[in-house]
Design a protein around this ligand. Structure first.
Ligand code: NAD
Ligand code: WQD
Length: 347
């Protein structure tokens, strides 16, 4: 058995997929989640994929005394992957303090514990949102960080700064921030996937819910962008590819292959697809027809962004391997699984 890894937010969307990849690579996984945006039965899904049930503790990572108790009994943790955060961009505009408190307090509690309990390694979930609308595409890790469009985005920028300063001030603390582009898709087994609460704000869950008959039609936000077909362009990445990059980041840290005590990587495919292309790819790969209408731009949206992934390709030896079609197919299979278990997921 390899080292013990703490996965915060591990019953969530990206955390659960990462827990699976870590367990499959031989790591011992401990999950902490307060289930504020996920369900405890995700642990069953992880167990049924891997054959191993990760240890699960349900508490709020902002609760300093619970965090302290937890680390006192888990002093052998080798690395923390810190996914836990609130992530709804729109809600963050209405409730900024909820976002600053939850996302930053939980992060600071992790960093404090790392210093106190001599845990060396942190992987942090950052986001391409830190780049805003870049002037030059694709975006590299050196592209300028622009003023955040939302309190949520700001928590990622501030979070990165807090980590940078903490690493600088403490020889024993090392960190890697991973800037995700747009994660979509589900594990091929369809035992875990994304479970948005209420009306989805993100494109792909909205597409799958529309195809499933839960929504009447998709609104395509904007048709006058300076892009190939006028709709906005993003770099969609399969969640399993993303999860695998976390295992590699952990490996790089525990094997002391980092070139600097604090590193930042873009995680995307390097391809930009427009909203209309995503809709077309969904229809083509699943055979389902989608109702959609073109409406005005959504406030706060950027026009286009996709990643330069060469630093991650070179340094991590990682490359996203799954294409848009498999992102769409697995999202659709997952949605069908949710529909078949409606009373459980949509009560
Ligand atoms: P998610 O909501 O599915 O998972 C986050 C998990 O953290 C949830 O299970 C939630 O219950 C838990 N959590 C939140 N606050 C907590 C707290 N105080 N204590 C304990 N548990 C807490 O989100 P996700 O999509 O898996 O995102 C994971 C991380 O990646 C987040 O930090 C998010 O900001 C970041 N990220 C997500 C995306 C995306 O599009 N999904 C893109 C870029 C970055
Ligand atoms: C994708 C494209 C929409 C819904 C958000 C966060 C970002 C990151 C990822 C965490 C956009 C369009 C959407 C719909 C549409 N999260 N769209 N109709 O906005 O790129 O990024 O999630 O860090 O911070 O902002 O993702 O999936 O919401 O939108 O036309 O019903 O689809 O306008 O162009 P986004 P998204």
């Amino acid at each position: 058995m390899k080292d013990k890894i703490l996965v915060t937010g591990g019953t969530g969307y990206i955390g659960s997929h990462t827990a699976v990849e870590l367990i499959n690579s031989g790591y011992q996984v401990v999950i902490v989640d307060n289930l504020s945006n996920s369900r405890e039965d995700v642990i069953d899904g992880i167990e049924s994929i891997t054959g191993i049930r990760p240890r699960f503790e349900n508490f709020d990572l902002c609760d300093t005394s619970k965090v302290s108790d937890f680390f006192s009994t888990h002093q052998d943790i080798k690395a923390i992957i810190h996914f836990a955060a609130s992530k709804a961009v729109g809600e963050s505009v209405d409730k900024p303090l909820k976002y600053y408190r939850n996302n930053l307090q939980s992060l600071m509690n992790m960093l404090d514990s790392m210093i106190r309990f001599q845990i060396e390694n942190l992987v942090f979930s950052s986001s391409c949102t830190v780049y805003g609308q870049p002037e030059k595409l694709p975006v590299t890790e050196q592209s300028p960080i622009l003023p955040a469009e939302s309190p949520y985005g700001n928590t990622k920028q501030i979070g990165e700064e807090i980590i940078r300063d903490t690493v600088k001030a403490n020889d024993t603390v090392k960190a890697i921030s991973l800037r995700y582009f747009n994660p979509v898709g589900a594990h091929d087994s369809i035992k875990i996937g994304e479970l948005p609460l209420g009306v989805p704000a993100n494109l792909v869950p909205f597409i799958t819910q529309t195809a499933a008959g839960m929504r009447k039609e998709i609104s395509v936000f904007g048709s006058d962008y300076n892009t190939k077909d006028g709709s906005a362009v993003r770099d969609y990445i399969h969640v399993v590819d993303l999860a695998k990059a976390h295992v590699i980041a952990v490996e790089r840290m525990v094997k002391e292959k980092q070139k600097a005590a604090y590193e930042v990587f873009n995680l995307g495919t390097g391809n930009g697809y427009s909203v209309l292309e995503v809709i077309e790819a969904f229809e083509k790969s699943t055979g389902e027809k989608l109702n959609y209408k073109i409406v005005g731009r959504r406030a706060g949206d950027i026009e286009k962004v996709w990643a330069d992934t060469s630093f991650a390709n070179r340094e991590l030896g990682w490359k996203a391997g799954l294409d848009l079609e498999s992102m769409m197919l697995s999202s659709w299979k997952w949605q069908q699984h949710l529909m078949a278990n409606k009373e459980k997921y949509y009560e």
